[in-house]
Design a protein around this ligand. Structure first.
Ligand code: BG6
Length: 484
């Protein structure tokens, strides 16, 4: 199989917050990978912008170090030198001073794509949008890329949308949810809409329930102060898990086109029912003898913020009436494992006596690690001695199926940045979609705040709080094991 790399148009990409963690870890190494893959035309420019006083040579050193740290096996030498030659730097304080802005304005070229990546604190988004405008740096074709968190509730998200809308058209605004850039997440759409096999069964008549798990082994080390104001609901469910749910639950869009896809996702979000308190379990990881717990990591001994959440969600429409979606995500869990499991119902009538041997069909889409798909089916247990049943997996790991090419699959960020340059918004959240997601999330958070709920403790390295198991047991179901 030969992967097709189609170069994008020549661009000027300005990264605000270019010396920050996200830029060093993901954005700049990602751009280097795309450069190595032949996707970045040599006349393009990547302009770092941040408060740090640096010249372009200093910025190139910083990027070379980031590449050495986060892409240890990437080629150095001529390739790296040619990539570094695309870089420039402007020292800008978004909140004060005009000098940097004038310098940046002077660097802009006509006739190339202009994109501005806001990899900064959300409080600066409005300021950046305004300054790009007043200094004539952004034009009608420019694109801005906005990182999460996009608001912390409906009111703040609306205000932010309104601020951005006063300077940019919706078609110029790219709200990033990096989960949408993950290979397997996009594969969800291919699996559903490029096969006849699954879609006829993709409804509450045949699907018993859906489980979405995003389990992490990391804690909140180093990000405690941000995370403590957020918690798993705002940090993960309102965006990443919500997007996964949308891709599973949405109706087929008429075309794989940005607005057609986003229209269908929006309908799912609007159909989400309010979640009663009994259908939510929140948790906080305990300290161990050697490792700090959530309260120490967040440096807030009184914190009631959840580092784990499980919830049962209903999509109130014809397709999904009666099929619950169980969502869970948490930090410091047993393994880093993200998957979607579609658990099918029993056949209407069994012709076999071996009722005990029967297990349900499950389609598992593994997002990370070991991306792939696994469909468990029933077969006859081999050998003589009557008709006994057993469950076997039809297993496909993308690494095996794609061979060497799997190693070249772009990381979520690099794919999304290339989509920005191409002007393709399919994998970005539209303003109304984001507001609808907050409109569903707000009452859930307000509910536990009003009740003064405290999260349940859970052990580090476990599957989360015991009560989360009960969330499913009481429905006669069980969570899948969290394992890599
Ligand atoms: C981020 C969250 O959006 O996603 C983090 O803020 C989380 O808390 C991360 O760790 C998970 O992303 P990934 O790609 O490692 O699954």
């Amino acid at each position: 199989m030969v992967s097709r790399v189609i170069p994008v148009e020549v661009f000027d990409l300005v990264i605000f917050g270019a010396t920050g963690d996200l830029a060093r870890r993901k954005i700049l190494p990602g751009l280097y990978r795309r450069y190595l893959a032949g996707q970045v035309p040599g006349e393009s420019r990547i302009i770092g912008a941040a408060r740090t006083e640096l010249d372009s040579a200093g910025f190139r050193d910083l990027v070379a170090q980031a590449i050495a740290e986060f892409m240890p096996s990437a080629p150095r030498g001529d390739d790296l030198a040619a990539f570094l030659a695309l870089l420039d730097y402007v020292s800008i304080d978004a909140a004060k001073g005009e000098d940097g802005w004038r310098t940046l304005a002077g660097l802009m070229r006509d006739g190339v794509v202009r994109a501005f990546y806001f990899s900064v604190a959300p409080s600066l988004f409005g300021e950046l949008a305004e300054k790009l405008h007043t200094h004539g740096i952004a034009n009608a074709e420019s694109r801005i890329v906005v990182e999460k968190p996009f608001g912390r509730d409906l009111a703040t998200a609306r205000a932010l949308n309104a601020t951005l809308a006063s300077h940019f058209e919706e078609s110029q605004i790219y709200r990033i949810d990096h989960y949408l850039g993950k290979e397997t997440v996009q594969n969800l759409m291919a699996v559903r809409f490029a096969n006849i096999l699954f879609e006829p069964l993709w409804n509450s008549q045949f699907i018993d329930h859906v489980q979405i798990t995003v389990a992490e082994t990391v804690g909140v080390e180093g990000r405690g102060s941000y995370y403590d104001k957020s918690g798993a609901m705002r940090d993960m469910v309102q965006n990443h898990l919500m997007q996964l749910l949308c891709l599973i639950a949405m109706e087929p869009p008429f075309h794989f086109d940005p607005n057609a896809v986003r229209d269908e996702k929006l309908k799912v979000i609007r159909a989400l029912q309010p979640v009663p308190a009994d259908d939510i379990v929140r948790g906080q990881y305990h300290a161990t003898k050697t490792a700090p717990g959530y309260l120490q990591d967040s440096e807030n001994p009184e914190s009631r913020t959840e580092s784990y959440i499980a919830l049962k969600v209903h999509v109130a429409n014809w397709r999904w009436k009666g099929t619950p979606f169980y969502l869970r995500t948490g930090k410091k869990l047993r393994a880093r494992a993200s998957e979607i499991a579609i658990v099918f119902k029993e056949p209407p009538h069994s012709i076999f006596d071996d009722a005990e041997g029967w297990r349900e069909n499950v389609l598992v889409i593994r997002l990370q690690p070991n991306e792939g798909m696994n469909l468990s089916v029933m077969i006859k247990e081999p050998g003589p001695g009557g008709m006994r049943l057993m469950q076997v997996p039809l297993d496909m790991s993308f690494a095996d199926a794609l061979g060497e090419e799997a190693a070249d699959i772009p990381d979520a960020y690099e794919r999304l940045i290339m989509d920005v340059i191409r002007g393709n918004q399919t994998l970005f959240m539209r303003g109304d979609e984001l507001e609808a997601a907050w409109a569903w999330t707000d009452p859930i958070i307000q509910g536990w705040e009003a009740r003064g709920d405290r999260p349940r403790g859970y052990d580090q390295g476990s599957s989360g709080p015991e009560d989360a198991l009960m969330l499913m047991h009481r429905d006669g179901r069980r969570w899948r094991e969290i394992r890599e």
